[in-house]
Structures are given as structure tokens and as C-alpha cells.
Write a protein that binds this ligand. Structure first.
Ligand code: NAD
Length: 244
């Protein structure tokens, strides 16, 4: 049977690459983004576009409706950086917008999608987190906080969802060459800092969606083999790691 997928943040970057891969693999895709360019990407992959701001919980409700009664794969990818380093001078509107998409929209996506996956008896969900989910990035503390929250959600929810045949995992990329990082691309190149190609991340997302054990945290960095972790429910239990 044809699989149905929803990909958030699919107008460009990693989300577009994921949608192209899933569609090429035969999935019917719903592409969600606030950028109307998502309609062009959806047309190119034979999918359906939902244009809206994911900080509004109703947008993921609309996306699930657009999936047409079946949902196998969900990729919670939309996210933004924050420009503010110092909480004392935080721009509150920008702060709430960053937390709204990076953190709240992941919960809104689960809230909208889980009833359908439960009704079908299973599904697979990947959140696109970041290396910033696993260590502190001094250049962007708010982004770091939101990505830690995403990993926390995967760790907390994945065991119970796995018991319902719903796998919930995260992909944690290092720097990726996308519109998000375009402003700093030349600086990274000049400093010899390598970046991942969005399609490399998309391939990792697809593999994680299709085969990874529930609760996987897949870390991918340029020029290094991927590292796969499974979250431990208690901090005093060792985390398991396997490479490859
Ligand atoms: P991108 O800016 O190229 O794409 C993100 C997409 O999300 C855009 O199309 C944007 O319009 C959409 N989006 C942002 N806020 C939205 C909102 N409120 N409502 C609806 N759509 C919204 O970025 P990317 O690099 O492809 O990033 C995708 C994900 O990967 C993000 O969660 C990001 O944090 C994560 N990530 C990126 C990098 C990197 O170096 N680029 C590294 C690690 C993790």
C-alpha cells in the first residue's frame, strides 16, 4: 500500500530534500511550510502543500487532514536559529517565535498525528534536532535550549510510543549547507569548516524513519561516520552507542 508522509519545513533545505526522497520512494507527501515556495516543491514531487505558520497548532491539524485519513511517516523538521546570545537583551517576539517553531510545533505535530497513527496501528516519526541537542552551543543558547527540548521529548516519549508500534527518533546533524546557514557559508568555507549536504541529512532521516530502533539519536557530522545512540531512561544508566 502507498505510504503517506508529512514533512514540515519543506520549502527548502533539509525538509525539501527529505520530501524529494520520500516522494521518489513512492510516498504520498504533504509538505508544510510558512513559505509559499512550498507549493512549487509540492508540485515538483507530486505532493500536497499546506502553507502556514507552524507556531499555530491548527496548521498541523490541517496537514493531517490533507494526508487523507492515513499517515505512516512524519518528519518534524521546521526550525530556525536565534540571533540573541544574551537573555538580558532578548527580543521577546523573536524568542517566542523561535521556541514556537523549534519546540512547540514538534508537540503540535505529535498532537495532530498520533491519533491517526494509533488508529492505523503504527507509524514512524523523526524529529530533526541538531548537534545542539546534545551539547551547548555558546553562539546560540536559545536554539540549544529548544533542540535539547526536542531530544528530551524523544527520550521521554519513545518507549511508550514504541509499545504502540510508533517509532519516534531524532536525527542530530552538524552544520548543513542550507538557506539557514547561507549567511555564514563563506565564513565557514574560509575557516575550512566542512558542511553536510542537505541530501546526506535527508538520507539519514529516511533510513531512521524506515529502520531505526525507536528512540534512536543519529548524530551525523561532515567527514565522520554516523553515530547512533539510544536514550537511556535514567541518567545513571549508561547510554548505548554503536557506530556505522
Ligand atoms: P532552512 O531554513 O533551509 O529550512 C527550514 C524551513 O522551515 C524553511 O523553509 C522555513 O520557511 C520553515 N519554517 C521555519 N519556521 C517556520 C514556521 N514557524 N512555520 C512554518 N515553516 C517554518 O533550514 P534547514 O537548515 O533546512 O533546517 C531544517 C532543520 O534542521 C531545522 O530544525 C534546523 O534547526 C535543523 N538543523 C539545521 C542545521 C544546519 O546547519 N542547517 C544543522 C542542524 C540542524
Amino acid at each position: 500500500m502507498t505510504q503517506t508522509a508529512i514533512v514540515t519545513g519543506a520549502a527548502g533545505g533539509i525538509g525539501e530534500a527529505v520530501a524529494r526522497r520520500l516522494a521518489a520512494g513512492g510516498a504520498d507527501c504533504v509538505l508544510v511550510d510558512r513559505n509559499p515556495l512550498v507549493e512549487e516543491v509540492a508540485a515538483a514531487v507530486g505532493g500536497v502543500a499546506v502553507v502556514g505558520d507552524l507556531t499555530d497548532p491548527q496548521v498541523m491539524v490541517r496537514a493531517v487532514e490533507a494526508a487523507g485519513g492515513r499517515l505512516d511517516l512524519l518528519v518534524l523538521n521546521a526550525g530556525v536559529n536565534s540571533a540573541d546570545k544574551d537573555p538580558a537583551t532578548l527580543d521577546l517576539d523573536r524568542y517566542q517565535a523561535v521556541v514556537g517553531v523549534n519546540q512547540h510545533s514538534v508537540v503540535y505535530g505529535l498532537r495532530a498525528a498520533l491519533p491517526l497513527m494509533r488508529a492505523e496501528g503504527g507509524g514512524s516519526i523523526v524529529a530533526v534536532a541538531s548537534l545542539a541537542a546534545l551539547h551547548g552551543v555558546p553562539q546560540d543558547p536559545v536554539y540549544t535550549m529548544t533542540k535539547h527540548a526536542v531530544i528530551g521529548l524523544v527520550r521521554a516519549l519513545s518507549p511508550a510510543l514504541a509499545a504502540e508500534n510508533i517509532r519516534f527518533s531524532a536525527v542530530c546533524p552538524g552544520l548543513v549547507d542550507t538557506p539557514l546557514t547561507a549567511g555564514a557559508r563563506e565564513r565557514f568555507q574560509a575557516a575550512g569548516i566542512p558542511m553536510l549536504d542537505p541530501d546526506d541529512v535527508a538520507a539519514a532521516v529516511e533510513t531512521t524513519l524506515r529502520t531505526a530502533e525507536a528512540g534512536t539519536e543519529l548524530v551525523i557530522r561532515p567527514g565522520r561516520p554516523p553515530a547512533r545512540y539510544i536514550a537511556a531512561p535514567l541518567p545513571d544508566e549508561p547510554r548505548t552507542e554503536s557506530r556505522g
